[in-house]
Write a protein that binds this ligand. Sequence first.
Ligand SMILES: NC(=O)c1ccc[n+]([C@@H]2O[C@H](COP(=O)([O-])OP(=O)(O)OC[C@H]3O[C@@H](n4cnc5c(N)ncnc54)[C@H](OP(=O)(O)O)[C@@H]3O)[C@@H](O)[C@H]2O)c1
Length: 300
Amino acid sequence: MLPRSQLGKTGLRVTRLGYGSMGLRGPRTWGVRVVDETHAERMLHAVLDAGINFIDTAPDYGIAEERIGRYLSHRRSEFFLATKCGCTPVQHDDHLEIVHTWSPEVIAANVEQSLRRMRTEYIDVLQFHGGTLAELQSSGSYEAARRLQDRGLVRWIGISSKLPEILDHLRPDLYDTLQLPYSVLDPSHADAMACGAALGMGIIVRGGIAHGGPEAEIQREHLNRVWERLQLDELRPPDMSRAQFILRYTLSQPACHTAIVGTCNLQHLQENVRAAEAGPLPQELVDEIQRRWTALRDAC
Ligand SMILES: NC(=O)c1ccc[n+]([C@@H]2O[C@H](COP(=O)([O-])OP(=O)(O)OC[C@H]3O[C@@H](n4cnc5c(N)ncnc54)[C@H](OP(=O)(O)O)[C@@H]3O)[C@@H](O)[C@H]2O)c1
């Protein structure tokens, strides 16, 4: 069984390895890869078959919500579903433009559409897809989400954010969960993560596998440079892939309740499941990585 933790004050017992469905967004969106229907179906079933019980999605992710509905609605009791709101994506001929709009009408329309697309009667966690605290409050978006919660359409309310605006969102009186990016290659949200967890918010980590690290199909030079500067290959046990090393470091942070790793590769999924089962890295390894980060910061 995959290790679980409590998603803050929601009380939901989520698997520490969650699934991010952005890669299932389909054609005419963005990026170079398009996952076809057969593979999307196989992928989503494999996620649940592996025991993962937390799926993150958004109205912004092309046809990802529709696919979740089409392939997993008959297994709805097996997973918690988190989606987002404030989304008014614009479909162009060849790509999807992501636009966020804050108004009660958009929040309500997003939820109605998400419920329809995902063929479900409720959303476990509705997250504002960005926005500043002032925007969400002055536009009435926050109250709109509360009204949907009162109607039983939404169980918990969260925010997906990043620095610097995330600092204003460290408000457990307003939000049950906080989604943020974090990994050993980009730990800039470590303080926000620890603070949010200490305040009782459920912490949902994105980017927790740093897009696959140096072995990723889509290379990210800035992350690779951090890997090199920290000389992490020196610390990585030979039987652990770089991606597993990165993921297990993320899972070594008690404040990370679930890491919504995205993958459209069945082998990567199995690799990630094995990493989650193995759990946090040994403490001496975590300490050494943190020592190296401190030295790197001091040198800058
Ligand atoms: N603002 C927001 O709210 C926001 C923004 C971005 C993302 N998100 C959410 O967070 C989720 C994850 O974010 P993300 O996709 O940016 O970051 P991520 O999970 O760190 O990276 C996903 C990438 O890592 C690769 N990968 C996964 N496991 C791997 C493995 N074992 N070995 C090698 N490569 C591996 C995947 O490629 P393969 O398919 O080849 O495995 C994919 O390209 C998204 O799906 C979405 O749900 C939210």
